[in-house]
Design a binder for this molecule. Structure first.
Ligand SMILES: [Fe+2]
Length: 419
């Protein structure tokens, strides 16, 4: 929890002056909401929910309880003045943290079930990542950092595919095991995956540039009806993380614009990734195909990580807060899978063609029934892997992320497959 707090606190130290009251993404809350939300969530879940403690601030416990799902359709219209002062929220946070710490101690003494504590820690770490997306969209003048947006360099990428033989993939987590997982990770089950070909690397900015140059955003046939309506209505003509400059492009990093980075993975919405695949006559991998390429081996056994059994280390990929931005897709050969597929964990979540839905045996967490179930609506797609801002503990094989298809603000990449 201390590490998770360090990660979420770090985000707020990047904000200048009144940036805390900004709303970088129209469909989401102002940043100030998140300053209170993490403590409120932990208070409601653990201090009030598990131990029945008396509230320190019932108004805040309600105000900061729930985020906004951008699929709801309507935009929030609160003003900055509707929110409490930063000093009041910070005082509340201090009291809640002390209470949460005592609850952790008490639970350890009484050898209580640890699930709720894992939920609190992982919830905070996930917000450390989603807060990074929000800050990415803020004007640079509202952020302060000593990090220079200097990109790393590698050999140019030579895109190619590898043939995956017919085999099986194990998805999900054993309920009888002792590792923590969210409700949507259960139960474990095996899927047969017919042979297919998969890109060795994530699709790069350079590859995607070709799609933009040939008029991919103007060609109706590459898009589904709803995606076409979306790019037409919103005037989207290129990835959100690119900026048009003098007839060329720059990359919008967390702390400044840099020269176009041909070897970085392109970050796009599911709709844009799908359109690219259609142009190529290929498709996005299913969740099972991703598992097969990442965790399968030519001998038939499966491993917890693409590189084997060792827990994630920096050399395996761009994750766990090492960087604020992508690295070249060929920068981490130590992370290659047994089939020679690169960059599967970190450096950008990977879109799949799999609609987010429960595995057989799914049971919602009684203390957080809507965590996954609210999104089993046929309009969210599974993402696997992780981004530069994904904590190491969320890189477990069974972890599933999901997002709606027409939301261009997240660190989401993709690769193509052919059956
Ligand atoms: Fe939350």
């Amino acid at each position: 929890m201390q590490t998770a707090r360090m990660r979420s606190d770090e985000i707020f130290t990047l904000l200048r002056n009144d940036a805390l009251y900004e709303r970088p993404i129209a469909e989401r809350h102002r940043l100030v909401f998140y300053l209170g939300h993490l403590e409120t969530f932990e208070w409601n879940l653990i201090c009030a929910g598990l131990f029945g403690l008396k509230p320190v601030n019932p108004e805040f416990d309600r105000l900061f309880a729930f985020g906004i799902d951008p699929t709801s359709g309507s935009l929030p219209n609160d003003s900055a003045l509707d929110w409490p002062r930063e000093s009041e929220i910070r005082a509340y946070n201090q009291r809640v943290r002390a209470a949460v710490d005592s609850c952790f101690d008490r639970a350890a003494r009484e050898k209580m079930d640890e699930s709720l504590f894992h939920v609190a820690i992982e919830h905070r770490l996930m917000h450390a990542e989603t807060l990074a997306y929000l800050l990415h969209g803020l004007p640079y003048s509202m952020k302060q950092s000593t990090v220079s947006p200097r990109p790393s360099e590698t050999e140019p990428v030579s895109p190619r595919q590898v043939r995956m033989p017919d085999g099986t993939a194990t998805l999900g987590l054993e309920r009888s095991g002792d590792s923590f997982g969210w409700d949507n990770e259960f139960d474990a089950h095996t899927v047969h995956v017919p042979a297919f070909e998969i890109d060795v690397y994530k699709v790069t900015n350079d590859q995607y540039l070709e799609f933009v140059r040939v008029g991919g955003y103007e060609e109706r046939s590459f898009w589904t009806a709803s995606s076409w309506d979306w790019i037409t209505a919103s005037g989207i003509r290129h990835p959100k993380f690119w900026k048009p400059v003098d007839g060329g492009w720059q990359c919008r990093t967390m702390f400044g614009d840099v020269a176009f980075q041909p070897s970085w993975p392109v970050y796009v919405s599911h709709a844009e990734a799908e359109a690219y695949c259609r142009w190529k006559g290929r498709s996005l991998p299913t969740e099972a195909q991703y598992h097969r390429a990442a965790f399968g081996t030519p001998g038939g056994s499966e491993r917890p990580y693409p590189w084997g059994h060792t827990p994630p280390q920096d050399a395996h990929g761009n994750f766990n807060f090492q960087r604020w931005d992508p690295s070249p897709v060929n920068a981490h050969p130590h992370g290659d899978s047994a089939f020679g597929v690169s960059d599967l964990i970190g450096n950008g979540w990977e879109w799949t063609s799999t609609v987010f839905a429960p595995f057989a045996g799914f049971e919602p967490f009684p203390f957080y029934p809507g965590y996954s179930a609210d999104f089993f609506d046929g309009n969210h797609f599974v993402m696997k892997g992780g981004s530069p801002r994904t904590a190491a503990r969320l890189l477990r094989r069974s972890f599933r992320n999901w997002f709606q298809p027409r939301y261009p603000h997240i660190y989401a990449s993709f690769r193509c497959v052919q059956s």
